[in-house]
Design a protein. Structure first.
Length: 134
């Protein structure tokens, strides 16, 4: 997320502001990405463009944008959208910001929770093994 530079009040991604980036095609934007993301975008640009087209229809209908595709790279068309990304149990709303460009959707929908240990169950310790199960 260090690729976004704030100059004054304008945010820049690799020297371009968001209006300039939105004018670019998905494949043209990939030239500003790092190699791993660029390879993914170049091989799957039709998947990303299809996702954009479907999402724009849902925005017009005022429906939530939901997806299981955690591997999609965030492109400038997604900025200011709220995308509900599936984390294996539920859809987590992710508000896309300028700083997220080039990252994947799954990075912002955490799949694991912090472990909250409770009390030990019956039979878990030597003292509790003598207790009745009822």
């Amino acid at each position: 997320m260090a690729n976004v530079v704030v100059s004054g009040k304008e945010k820049l991604y690799r020297g371009k502001n968001i209006e300039e980036l939105r004018k670019l095609d998905v494949r043209e934007f990939s030239k500003f990405l790092k190699s791993r993301q660029r390879r993914f975008v170049m091989r799957n640009f039709n998947v990303i463009e299809n996702f954009i087209k479907i999402s724009e229809k849902k925005i017009k209908e005022e429906k939530a944008i939901k997806t299981h595709s955690r591997e999609i790279v965030i492109v400038p068309a997604f900025v200011d959208w709220t995308i509900h990304v599936y984390n294996g149990k539920e859809f987590v709303p992710v508000k896309i910001l300028m700083e997220m460009l080039g990252h994947r959707l799954g990075e912002f929908a955490i799949t694991r929770k912090n472990v909250k240990h409770g009390a030990a169950g019956v039979g878990a310790t030597k003292s509790s093994s003598a207790l009745s199960v009822k």
